[in-house]
Design a protein around this ligand. Structure first.
Ligand SMILES: NC(=O)c1ccc[n+]([C@@H]2O[C@H](COP(=O)([O-])OP(=O)(O)OC[C@H]3O[C@@H](n4cnc5c(N)ncnc54)[C@H](OP(=O)(O)O)[C@@H]3O)[C@@H](O)[C@H]2O)c1
Length: 324
């Protein structure tokens, strides 16, 4: 018997209960992992409160983590007992031990410690696909990333700068604005105090952005569309303030024949080859020092409710991890 955070009914942070759970032997193609730490992500909030539908109740939340392999199922190739692995699309990482599909586990290089691995896989591979595949960001591009001081935001800002773009961010306090400026952003707008489309217009001399990466959703829509140049791209990849309602396609025409997409990490890293390429690009930018991973909040796994409260009330910066 090991322990995990279990959700028996959907709701607020209080539904995250620390309980004993049974973890069986790995099925063919699975590994059993003893975890060092789990990553905290906004997607965990969406599953907990019902914004995204969990496959069943009760369930153990969490997608991201790092640990040591303690058992191998039949047919698992390329991994051994004792290997240190990380994953970003597992089921139920808020756990001391769990079963993970071997196909989504990547071996962690010695240069990356456990805390960094737990913090960076999901957010870092998200930054990878958004900046390199959803739109190939490079020199000459001007981009806007909302929630710039958050987990994805701080990684994406540094990576986009490394790719040569002019990077504009938004953040919800003066301290967060400074933090983002210290991590790759050329300009950061406090969108709780300033009208961000007006500021983007000023900062770009009226040219606006090639791409807007919007993970805030309801509160920044449709203003985000006013920050995009003619024929530019709107990337809606999250909804920390609530889901966008009534998105009329005709709006894309009115705002300048724009393109829009709603991507997900699982959609972009759907195959083993995609996952490996994405992870190795991330390991490379972190090992080179181009992208620094900040772990700003550490919680005991049993205190996951406190971690959710902090994330939802905009009290966190950078990444947060849950230590087993
Ligand atoms: N589609 C994908 O593949 C994918 C993958 C990973 C993450 N995501 C999305 O990316 C976003 C960032 O994820 P994260 O885990 O790194 O979280 P995070 O950015 O560290 O935290 C969310 C941030 O959103 C901002 N925010 C604005 N309005 C908010 C509100 N009403 N309530 C709460 N937060 C609000 C806050 O920053 P300010 O105070 O500065 O506004 C807050 O710190 C989330 O929307 C997540 O779902 C999507």
């Amino acid at each position: 018997m090991t322990n995990a955070i279990v959700v028996e009914q959907l709701g607020g942070p209080e539904v995250l209960q620390w309980k004993p759970v049974e973890v069986g032997a790995p099925a063919p193609g699975e590994i059993r992992v003893r975890q060092f730490a789990a990553g905290l992500n906004f997607i965990d909030v969406y599953f907990r409160n019902g914004t995204y539908k969990a496959p069943q109740l009760p369930f153990v939340p969490g997608k991201e983590g790092v640990g040591e392999i303690v058992a191998l199922g039949e047919g698992v190739l390329g991994l051994r007992i004792g290997d240190r692995v990380a994953y970003s699309s597992a089921e139920g990482t808020y756990a001391e031990e769990l079963l993970v599909k071997a196909a989504i586990a990547v071996r962690v290089p010695d240069t990356i410690d456990n805390e960094t691995a737990a913090a960076m896989m999901l957010k870092g591979m998200t930054a990878e696909y958004l900046l390199r595949r959803t739109f190939a960001v490079g020199p000459g591009h001007t981009i806007l990333i909302h929630a710039a001081a958050g987990g994805v935001g701080l990684i994406a800002g540094q990576w986009a700068k490394h790719l040569g773009a002019t990077v504009i961010g938004t953040a919800g306090s003066a301290d967060k604005v400074q933090l983002a400026l210290d991590h790759g952003y050329d300009h950061v707008i406090n969108y709780r105090e300033e009208n961000f489309p007006e500021r983007v217009l000023e900062l770009t001399d009226g040219r606006k952005c090639d791409v807007v990466y919007d993970s805030v959703g309801r509160d920044t829509f449709p203003a985000s569309l006013d920050c995009i140049r003619r024929l530019g791209l709107f990337v809606s990849f999250g909804q920390s303030s609530g889901t966008i309602a009534n998105f009329e396609l005709a709006m894309l025409n009115q705002k300048g024949s724009l393109f829009a997409t709603r991507p997900s990490l699982m959609g972009y890293n759907a195959t083993r080859a995609e996952t490996e390429a994405s992870a190795s690009a991330l390991f490379e930018v972190v090992a080179s020092g181009a992208v620094k991973i900040r772990v700003d909040q550490r919680y005991r796994l049993a205190d996951a409710a406190e971690a959710h409260r902090d994330l939802e009330s905009r009290r966190t910066t950078g990444t947060s991890i849950l230590l087993v």
